[in-house]
Design a protein around this ligand. Structure first.
Ligand code: IPE
Ligand code: IPE
Ligand code: MG
Length: 244
């Protein structure tokens, strides 16, 4: 008789020996979550930010290597100035707290996107957070801010043209000129809130990612929802164009 169950045998839990290395999430549905409660959209963003912390911690605890979140797209500038400002304030708050708790959390934080469009104060906080946290091993959290997949590709190609005028680009070279250089492609991309699109997220890197959609709004997303996404991922047959 077995006295102890291994973690992977727990009913309804993912197989922790076969976890995706890299999970990416499009953190969507904050506005609708707030509207449902008669709250301003910004309250939804605040609630979403808390869920981000909780899920990032969960990823670290179960042993996910890379956790990437889409926090603000190149298209999100179209929103009312007050909403954009509130999102930037939340980012500032997050960075301030992340810097304070760095030793405790030991998470490597990296920003993907054109952060030069952000305030000087934010840019400084980002640089500091990236610099101090780069020594940590375990989970790496990538925050996509002012990120757009098309923008990333155009920038990558232009950088290459500048460095090597007249030379053709290769897939490998382009890969190394993206914000995600050195980061493995996402194995699993999760989009909550019932939308079935990528909205300019990781256009190049998602070529062979497994996609998972759920109606749950991001501020309602729990560790159980993450488990379900991982379980779904573990039932997929990744063929990469080959046969099995
Ligand atoms: C995602 O939530 C957060 C950002 C895009 C910044 P939304 O603000 O898009 O929420 P919905 O889609 O309006 O519900
Ligand atoms: C995608 O959500 C961007 C982020 C979650 C940061 P959006 O709410 O901006 O996407 P659309 O407009 O529904 O495609
Ligand atoms: Mg949205």
């Amino acid at each position: 008789m077995k006295l102890f169950k291994s973690r992977k045998n727990e009913a309804g839990r993912p197989d922790f020996d076969r976890l995706p290395r890299h999970i990416a999430v499009i953190m969507d549905g904050n506005g609708r979550w707030a509207k449902k409660r008669g709250l301003p959209r910004t309250a939804g963003h605040a609630a979403g930010a808390e869920v981000f912390r909780k899920i990032a911690t969960y990823c670290k605890d179960i042993g996910i290597e890379y956790f990437t979140v889409y926090a603000f797209s190149t298209e999100n500038w179209k929103r009312p100035a007050e909403e954009v400002e509130a999102i930037m304030k939340l980012l500032e708050k997050f960075l301030g707290e992340a810097l304070q708790d760095m030793e405790k959390n030991r998470v490597k934080v990296k920003f993907l996107g054109d952060i030069t469009a952000l305030s000087e104060d934010l840019q400084k906080l980002i640089a500091e957070t990236e610099e101090i946290s780069k020594k940590y091993e375990g989970v790496q959290v990538n925050l996509c801010v002012n990120y757009g997949g098309r923008d990333e590709l155009v920038r990558g190609v232009n950088a290459w043209i500048k460095e090597h005028p007249g030379q053709e680009i290769t897939e490998e070279v382009l890969d190394n000129h993206l914000y995600t250089a050195g980061i493995p492609e996402p194995d699993l991309i999760i989009r909550p809130s019932g939308e079935y699109r990528l909205s300019n997220f990781l256009m190049w890197q998602s070529a062979y990612s497994e996609l998972y959609f759920t109606d749950v709004l991001w501020p309602d997303f729990t560790t159980r929802d993450m488990d379900e996404a991982i379980i779904a991922y573990q039932s997929r047959d990744r063929r990469y164009g080959g046969i099995k």
